[in-house]
Write a protein that binds this ligand. Structure first.
Ligand code: CDP
Length: 230
């Protein structure tokens, strides 16, 4: 009998490898992978481009009503890429200008309800891996498997620095460190669905794990959970 499809929720701090794991896991299981952070980044890009004043509720509501987010699968990279109003924005949303603002914008209640409603919809048919900050606590509180990822701060900084320096040679380690610390602080201390480990989440510290090792661990957990509901 084919294993039933489940929902896998992956949460954790910035740059601890959530999206790498989520993408590999989804490919292995034949599930959809949704990077919820990409949605908040795309909303931020729209706000920046259009000079939206985030203290003005009407402007925020108007901006959200003009945002249409979709994901397209890129067969060459094996990644789902985000489109902002039909424009592929996957590259632009990784820019530091977006990273500097995203946590402030993701803390706005209306922005969260806008994104969370779409995320919940995407999980209706199960067979999904979603990563973010509030996936196991708010978006899918009933997810069959919840993973809370962590890694030592210095390791996270270097992983993100290596990623960013490839396209932005002038970036410094200090800049990256400051951005990660700031986002983790805002994400953990905001009023609206702060970053928290769900009570029933399994902690995965991948400071010294290879990508393959972490993938195998999580696949074992998926098998356990899927067999419980089979
Ligand atoms: O990849 P990285 O760890 O840098 O972050 P991301 O997943 O791209 O998310 C960018 C930002 O979006 C986070 O720092 C949060 O402020 C926000 N976010 C959120 O509030 N809730 C989520 N479910 C996902 C991201």
């Amino acid at each position: 009998m084919k294993a039933p499809k489940i929902i896998v929720a992956i949460d954790g701090y910035s740059s601890c490898g959530k999206s790498t794991l989520a993408r590999q896991l989804a490919a292995k299981l034949g599930y959809n992978y949704i990077d919820s952070g990409a949605m908040y980044r795309a909303i931020t890009l729209y706000f920046l481009r259009n000079g939206v004043n985030i203290r003005d509720k009407e402007q925020v509501a108007e901006a959200l009503s003009n945002i249409h987010l979709t994901f397209v699968f890129n067969e060459h990279t094996g990644k789902s890429e985000i489109c902002l109003n039909e424009e592929n924005a996957e590259h632009q949303i990784r820019d530091m200008l977006v990273a500097e603002k995203v946590s402030e914008i993701a803390a706005i209640r209306e922005v969260r309800s806008f994104a969370v409603a779409q995320q919940k919809q995407m999980g209706k048919k199960k067979g999904i891996v979603m990563d973010g900050r509030d996936i196991g606590t708010v978006v899918f509180p009933d997810a069959e498997l919840k993973v809370f990822m962590t890694a030592e701060p210095d390791i996270r900084v270097m992983r993100r620095y290596d990623e960013l320096v490839a396209t932005n040679p002038s970036i410094t380690i200090d800049e990256v460190k400051h951005n990660l610390e700031l986002r983790d602080y805002i994400d953990s201390n905001r009023e609206e669905s702060p970053l928290r480990q769900a009570e029933d989440a399994i902690v995965l510290d991948n400071s010294v794990l290879t990508r393959e090792e972490q993938l195998h661990k999580v696949i074992d957990w998926v098998k356990e959970r899927a067999s419980v509901i089979a």
